[in-house]
Design a binder for this molecule. Structure first.
Ligand code: PTJ
Length: 260
């Protein structure tokens, strides 16, 4: 496998380093070809954000941490891209909030499920659900392979963290009363629009921040956590996230026009 040397001074070095990671995930059989394209779409939105965690994402991360800590039965749903980009954080967040971990793939193959499970186990996960025959229950209302879930996992969870995915599932999970937390760079995506809590950010930045927030809020009273959630409106926060992009583009374009 060839690894490209990324010059430290390259203005977009971090983004290029993440690309190398994505390429590794593909070589390891964890990320599917379509995942490379999905990553490119994410990069484009990240560019619009300025490749940083915007204030609206910081707010949503706090709410997400509170929701995970208050959940009776939380779970983290993992696909190829997230398993490659943030395996350490998946395992640590799961441990910190007592969440289960389930592999749930759009492009499902047993080989990929196994590769993802092994990756997570190499980062300390004890039990990974949803692999092979374990994903035996049909979550009605879905056409894709994502409908196969583990009876011990997503099916009975009250709160599901679905970092980065296609939009077919979030609405169905909401319909059956689950709290859905997502991390999606595209504030316009179906997942972003239908989740209970949407963090408009790159998983590589948001997952470590979510872990830190969980550690902070763990020490806080339950009624304060409930209050954090009550005061949050996802539609409003999504609107503000889009507003952030609009303002940023207006600012950049004004600089260009004035420089002429
Ligand atoms: O591993 P599988 O088989 O379950 O397949 C996973 C992919 C990602 C291929 C599948 O879920 C898919 O096709 O997703 P979409 O429809 O391309 O949606 C992915 C969403 O994630 C898009 O809205 C992207 O903008 C967003 N995205 C991509 N990379 C990141 C991201 N959001 C946050 N952080 C990223 N690094």
């Amino acid at each position: 496998m060839t690894t490209t040397k990324i010059p430290k001074v390259h203005p977009r070095a971090e983004s290029l380093r993440v690309r190398e990671k994505v390429k590794e995930g593909y070589t390891e059989g964890i990320i599917v070809e379509q995942g490379l394209i999905a990553h490119g779409r994410g990069e484009a939105f990240d560019y619009l954000l300025g490749e940083l965690t915007i204030p609206e994402a910081t707010v949503a991360i706090k709410v997400a941490a509170a929701a995970l800590l208050l959940a009776k039965n939380p779970i983290i749903s993992v696909n190829g891209n997230v398993a490659t980009l943030t395996p350490k954080e998946i395992v640590k967040i799961a441990k910190s909030v007592g969440a289960k971990i389930e592999v749930n793939l759009f492009h499902r193959t047993h080989k990929r499920e196994n590769a993802i499970m092994e990756k997570l186990k190499s980062f300390g996960a004890k039990n990974v659900l949803g692999v092979g025959k374990e994903a035996s229950l049909d979550m009605k209302g879905l056409e894709s392979s994502r409908r196969w879930v583990d009876p011990k996992g997503i099916m009975i969870a009250d709160t599901v963290l679905v970092p980065l995915e296609d939009g077919d599932r979030t609405a169905e999970l909401r319909k059956v009363g689950k709290t859905v937390i997502t991390i999606d760079l595209n504030p316009l995506s179906r997942t972003a629009q239908t989740a209970s809590i949407t963090i408009v950010d790159n998983v590589v930045r948001a997952m470590p921040l979510l872990l830190e927030e969980v550690k902070i809020l763990r020490k806080i009273d339950q009624n304060i956590l409930e209050d954090i959630i009550k005061r949050f409106d996802n539609k409003v926060n999504l609107g503000k996230s889009l507003g952030y992009i609009v303002k940023r583009l207006e600012k950049v374009s004004a600089i260009r026009v004035n420089a002429r």
